[in-house]
Design a protein around this ligand. Sequence first.
Ligand SMILES: [Fe+2]
Ligand SMILES: [Fe+2]
Length: 328
Amino acid sequence: MHREEVNDETAVPAGDVAAGFQALIDSDGRVEPRDAMPEAYRKSLIRQIAQHAHSEIIGMQPEANWISRAPSLRRKAILMAKVQDEAGHGLYLYAAAETLGADRADLLDMLHNGRQKYSSIFNYPTLTWADMGAIGWLVDGAAIVNQVPLCRCSYGPYARAMTRICKEESFHQRQGFEILNTLSHGTKAQHAMAQDAVNRWWWPSLMMFGPPDDASPNSAQSMAWGIKRFSNDDLRQRFIDMTVPQSEALGLTLPDPELAWNDERGHYDHGDIDFTELFEVILGNGPCNKQRMEKRRGAHEEGAWVREAASAYAAKRRTRQTAAGSAA
Ligand SMILES: [Fe+2]
Ligand SMILES: [Fe+2]
């Protein structure tokens, strides 16, 4: 065989790429970075993984807001660990996006100039300590329901990153539940604070599953590619079914008078979700969009010297290793 035939991977006809790729997806196999894949699949994954990574690091902000005001040393240590976990999730995910040929610096630029989004849930303010409980219980809880199926998604590096992330998210959810449980069974004022936080976070957490199925244009393709396994509405229903009994255990109510068990469906019925609010927040008109982006851009600028130092150190090590290699 001629060398060119071995090395020229780009010469694989597009039809062969599509057929080989589809066979892999149909057999529920994993696509790995070196496998040929349709360009649209690669681009769609980069967009999704980047948006996910951005959400992890922006999501650090509303909770970091309470680290210095946590009510005890124990709570402070737990909250710090949780916020650090979110930074780690961002790291796994940016690394997963890089396996698709994306450049991390470009992805961050797109976050900073508004060309890529992050989850709208992080554009809501954290007004009281009870919000730490409601975020852990509801926001991390919704994230788990969304993300567990991604552990089986067709792209290997993303699926493996999600397996690690989901383990940590379940700790986050439990710590949120525990905060609310303590407040709910504490003083009258603490119970009221917990109830108020749940009232504010319930509807936004339902919107984390995205628009309803009939208004979700990318879902069908994403499901055909084995990236998404369940529809937005199915996942939302799963979250509601899981959360209602937990709210009863907490002694807190959910702010939806229409929530009721439906024996026939085997699910909870719920009231209409006001998606106009979600679309407003996506457009940048949520309560904290501006503040979150300003803080993120500021953190990026302040961290420039760290990135420069790390690159200089890596370059120095490479030079030393090459010198040692050629001397040996
Ligand atoms: Fe996370
Ligand atoms: Fe989390």
